[in-house]
Design a binder for this molecule. Sequence first.
Ligand code: IMP
Length: 183
Amino acid sequence: MDVTLVTTNPGKLREVRALLSEFGAVVRPLRRALPEPQSDSLDVVARAKLAAVSDLRGWVLVEDSGLFIPSLGGFPGVYSSHIYAIWGLDPILELLARRPRAAVFRTVAGLRRGRTTWYLTGECDGTIATSARGSGGFGFDPIFIPKGSRRTFAEMSETEKGVVSHRGRAMRSVGEILAESKK
Ligand code: IMP
């Protein structure tokens, strides 16, 4: 079955495509800039993104993700994409020089078909590395070490990242809904 993923982020597209292929879904990308309302909740942003693509038919998927660092009051959180675009990685590493390094990646996926919508979440606990390492993935991957690993996401293969990542967890829930609908 076909699923339209609305995103401008090629890293997300690559990961979602691989994760949902496990459930027999073919992801068709649609590049459209979506609203990011001022809110400290990924859920609110995911709902706004899904509302902005109400013209699309069939299975429609959006997702909003962010990196939340408790010792920075949850920053960059819902502002992750802006902060990454403006700052890159170094200022986060500097801010954490004398602060606890725990962090969590979160995803909220919004899925719609017809009048039915689902919101699926995924989380990945970890820590922020002391320096950027690895060349895989995208965004904050070179500085995020998932719990139970010594490697950053950027030092893992896409498959390894997907097993433990926030997006992997959310997309497996999406995949279950897609698979269930075929029965
Ligand atoms: P948004 O979901 O489009 O608002 O963007 C979230 C931003 O968080 C991305 O632009 C990345 O900078 C960052 N991000 C989200 N997921 C990941 C990930 O899996 N790895 C690294 N950075 C991520």
